[in-house]
Design a protein around this ligand. Structure first.
Ligand code: KIV
Ligand code: NA
Length: 265
């Protein structure tokens, strides 16, 4: 078996085939999704909140992204692994962006990188793509800008909608192979999807995107707390794991574990 390539995803759009993407931050979880047939795995900087205990994605470093991306690549054999460029690793300009993208490819082995911004990240996207590294763009709500924009639906109103369309076009023209649309009205996401040759990957962006992505700890109920409206619960891992941890604790305290079959003589 060979890995999925960005070309496979372009062809899927031409055929009208939708595809799923999930995040992963470690080899074990990634291997589960790879075996389940998830074609694209994103090592999101959502690892900041989900995996590293930060308040948001802003503090995530290139060292952290590289370490966890390498683990995800090692845990997979079929999926295309996309690594996020973290905040501060590409904003200074195209050369810095290329250096960061190159590190993720060489040291972690990712097949593509993702960065936030359309027009504002045009030069970065162009240089990375020209250097032979596929780029996924991320528009709408861009969590690395949380301190400036907060967490709310983007692209509402004519001006914001036109800007999103311009950003999507800029990303495509710069050579991006796909565009994530986060927290965008469904009608606008549908319009962006129709107007682009490259696939759109929705998260809180309605049913008409070419692909859908969710943060794995959210959709499997591990994160805890109130989930945003766009997250569908496919499992309740937090309850399952809490139950297992409590049962183990009870068994140890009460002397019910280990038993004869768990022992050596
Ligand atoms: O970091 C992440 O998980 C993401 C997805 C939400 C698209 O960027
Ligand atoms: Na991200």
């Amino acid at each position: 078996t060979r890995r999925i390539t960005v070309r496979d995803l372009t062809l899927a759009k031409e055929r009208g085939e939708k595809w799923p993407m999930l995040t992963a931050y470690d080899a074990m979880t990634a291997s589960v999704f790879d075996e389940a047939g998830i074609p694209v795995i994103l090592v999101g900087d959502s690892m900041g909140n989900c995996h590293l205990g930060y308040e948001n994605t802003v503090p995530v470093t290139m060292d952290e992204m590289t370490l966890l991306s390498a683990a995800v690549v090692r845990g997979t054999s079929r999926a295309l692994v996309v690594g996020d460029l973290p905040f501060g690793s590409y904003q200074e300009g195209a050369v810095q962006a290329l250096r960061s993208a190159t590190r993720l490819v060489k040291e972690a082995g990712v097949g593509a990188v993702k960065l936030e911004g359309g027009e504002r990240s045009l030069h970065q996207t162009e240089l990375i793509v020209q250097s032979g590294i596929p780029v996924m763009s991320h528009l709408g709500l861009t969590p690395q800008s949380v301190n400036a924009m907060g967490y709310r639906v983007q692209g509402r109103g004519d001006e914001a909608a036109h800007q999103l369309l311009r950003d999507a076009k800029a990303a495509q023209d710069a050579g991006a192979f796909a565009v994530v649309l986060e927290l965008v009205p469904a009608e606008l996401a549908a319009e962006v999807t129709r107007s682009l040759q490259i696939p759109t990957v929705g998260i809180g962006a309605g049913a008409d995107c070419d692909a859908q992505v969710l943060v794995w700890t959210d959709m499997m109920g591990l994160t805890g707390g109130k989930m945003p409206k766009f997250v569908k619960q496919y499992a309740d891992l937090r309850a399952t794991m809490t139950g297992a941890a409590k049962a183990f604790a009870e068994d140890v305290v009460g002397g019910a574990f280990p038993q004869e079959q768990h022992s050596f003589h």
